[in-house]
Design a protein around this ligand. Structure first.
Ligand SMILES: NC(=O)c1ccc[n+]([C@@H]2O[C@H](COP(=O)([O-])OP(=O)(O)OC[C@H]3O[C@@H](n4cnc5c(N)ncnc54)[C@H](OP(=O)(O)O)[C@@H]3O)[C@@H](O)[C@H]2O)c1
Length: 254
């Protein structure tokens, strides 16, 4: 392997990815596996089985951990059992939910769910998984943020608050753990065609409004996020920490 290829190789590393059953998380899991990592897919109700089959068919090791990120007590038990058998080198907090409603109409239960899945689950997974990383003096955490980590969005206040907070958490943990060999970064995807944005894409006026602002002239696709994820998981990014890498077809530069 050339020196440059080594920088981007994940051979010998184990990556735990949440939300890998579909959308961006699935693309990231397949991409990390293709770069050489063994994968642990953490998801609920068997939703990651098809992704696991694809990774196994490609000849990479893969493990499936069943957990609902909305149930933090259950998650704790699952991680305790799992941590005994596997050292995680890379944690990708990708699972996320969005609930659309005007702020005054939004249900408190929706606020709680969004905060639990988008912020508390990544916070707790980071705490539990980083313990081993810090002991070994090496690890990478990648949080999936959003353009709504920087902007207000429309009728998605809980999501915007959670995504602003995940960038703050990324910076705080990066500072705390940089001296101990663990890098914590985020990726802020632009508008990507997944179930998360189905409601926007099915509204012709909103779809056109969004598309008109993307300099690249198209919606993003899940594979567009893979290069950033491999970079932030690999030795190539060992001197990068606390950063949020925007992958948005130019939206933020407009
Ligand atoms: N699409 C975009 O334009 C966009 C832009 C910026 C950021 N993002 C972020 O990117 C991440 C992935 O989103 P996506 O677009 O790929 O959306 P998606 O296709 O809707 O996928 C969401 C993923 O999150 C998982 N998830 C949700 N609630 C869960 C829970 N309680 N327990 C376990 N897993 C749960 C889902 O698992 P199930 O299949 O079991 O439901 C699914 O794998 C999210 O953090 C999202 O906020 C997306």
């Amino acid at each position: 392997m050339t020196a440059t290829a080594t920088l981007f190789s994940l051979e010998g590393r184990t990556a735990l990815v949440t939300g890998a059953g579909r959308g961006i998380g699935r693309a990231i899991a397949l991409g990390l596996a293709d770069a050489g990592a063994g994968l642990v897919l953490l998801g609920r109700n068997g939703s990651t089985a098809a992704t696991a089959d694809e990774i196994a068919a490609a000849g990479r090791p893969v493990d499936v951990v069943d957990a609902d990120l909305g149930d933090l007590a259950g998650l704790r038990t699952t991680i305790d059992e799992f941590a005994e058998r596997t050292d995680v080198d890379v944690l990708v907090n990708c699972a996320g939910v969005i609930r659309r409603a005007a702020f005054l109409d939004a249900a408190d239960a929706d606020w709680d769910e969004v905060m639990t899945v988008n912020l508390d689950a990544p916070r707790l997974l980071s705490r539990w998984v980083a313990a081993g990383m810090l002991d070994r003096g090496r690890g990478k955490i990648i949080n999936i943020a959003s353009l709504l980590s920087f902007q207000g969005g429309k009728d998605v206040a809980s999501y915007t608050a959670s995504k602003h907070a995940i960038v703050g958490l990324t910076r705080a943990l990066a500072n705390e753990w940089a001296p101990r060999g663990v890098q914590v970064n985020a990726i802020a995807p632009g508008y990507i065609a997944t179930d998360n944005t189905a409601a926007l894409r099915s509204d012709p006026a909103r779809e056109a409004e969004i598309l008109a602002r993307i300099p690249t002239g198209r919606w993003g696709r899940p594979p567009d996020i893979v290069g950033a994820a491999v970079f932030l998981a690999a030795p190539a990014s060992d001197y990068v920490t606390g950063h949020t890498l925007v992958v948005d077809g130019g939206w933020m530069s407009r």
